[in-house]
Design a protein around this ligand. Structure first.
Ligand code: RIB
Length: 307
């Protein structure tokens, strides 16, 4: 079986300002630092999996601006197949990110070209998608494209992982019920199910409501508390690693990309999740999004040092 991973999702140029505190309305503040980097939830997950050694194909859209060429070069530099990264008129996706000293972030996205990834792009990428062991999806492209991909995967017996991030009000759980994995955080889980997620018991109940709809596995990311794996057969707490946070941006994407790599490579589910938690945990000790993701060699050295 192929270990190829396909990502149907976004790419964004991340414009990151590190702040001492958030500005008030109408206030102008000096900020200590700025950095530009490659981001977008889809691209981040693709890059994490590729850096760990997976063969990755990206289905995405860039615009006709300078960021478009930069994004394509970045995919290529990471060994990602760009045959299905299309170009369209107008701006590429951009994210404005503010990161506080605690490492917490606030993100505004302008989807740009990402909003023009259509169901017909999924048909056009059919051969590439059929060769994948696992397809990853997030919510920075149109919902109709996400639904078409989930249906396409079900028609061809390909496993899918749906990451309902960022939280979007219109996502219909019935339309993603054939997904193998759904990976929300607590806020996204609450929005998706209409159930409270304030306590771990509530998180489990909400996750189980998705299992009852047909989704095989729900993995709820809990930030610094790790993650909760919920399956018909039981529940398992994925432990986080203890780190001093510098920048939490893209940690969820690191977790998903790494999980996809290990799972598609044949690792048992719980072990793949434990490894992904280490990979994501390390990413928050570095600034930036993709710039904080380790290569396979660096990751193996990290794991060896922790044993
Ligand atoms: O998940 C982090 C990502 O969200 C950033 O890279 C930003 O581009 C937004 O898509």
């Amino acid at each position: 079986m192929s270990h190829r991973i396909a990502v149907v999702g976004s790419n964004m140029m991340d414009l990151v300002t590190y702040v001492g505190r958030m500005p008030e309305a109408g206030e102008t503040l000096d900020a200590p630092a700025f950095a530009m980097g490659y981001g977008g939830k889809g691209a981040n997950q693709a890059v994490a999996a590729a850096r760990l050694g997976s063969e990755v194909v990206m289905v995405s859209k860039v615009g006709d601006d300078a960021f478009a060429d930069a994004q394509l070069k970045n995919f290529e530099a990471n060994g990602i197949d760009t045959a299905h990264v299309g170009r369209t008129d107008g701006a590429s996706g951009v994210a404005t990110i503010l990161v506080e000293e605690s490492g917490e972030n606030r993100i505004l996205i302008v989807r740009g070209a990402n909003d023009r990834l259509t169901p017909s792009d999924i048909e056009a990428a059919g051969d590439a998608l059929r060769s994948a062991k696992l397809i990853l999806l997030q919510m920075e492209v149109p919902l109709e494209t996400i639904y078409r991909t989930v249906d396409f995967a079900a028609e061809h017996g390909i496993e899918t992982l749906v990451n309902p991030a960022p939280a979007v009000a219109g996502l219909d759980p019935a339309r993603i019920a054939s997904a193998t994995f759904v990976v929300p955080n607590e806020t996204e889980l609450a929005l998706l199910t209409g159930l409270p997620t304030g306590t771990e018991a509530e998180v489990e109940t909400a996750a189980r409501s998705l299992i009852a709809r047909g989704i095989k596995v729900v993995i709820v990311t809990l930030g610094s508390r790790g993650a909760l794996l919920v399956e018909t057969s039981g529940v398992h707490h994925v432990r986080p690693i203890e780190v001093e946070p510098v920048d939490t941006t893209g940690a969820g994407d690191a977790f998903i990309g790494a999980f996809a790599h290990f799972y598609a490579g044949g690792m048992p589910l719980r072990e793949a999740l434990a490894r992904a938690a280490v990979y994501a945990g390390h990413s928050i000790t570095r600034k930036g999004t993709q710039s904080s993701y380790l290569s396979a060699k660096e990751f193996e050295a990290l794991v060896a040092a922790k044993v």
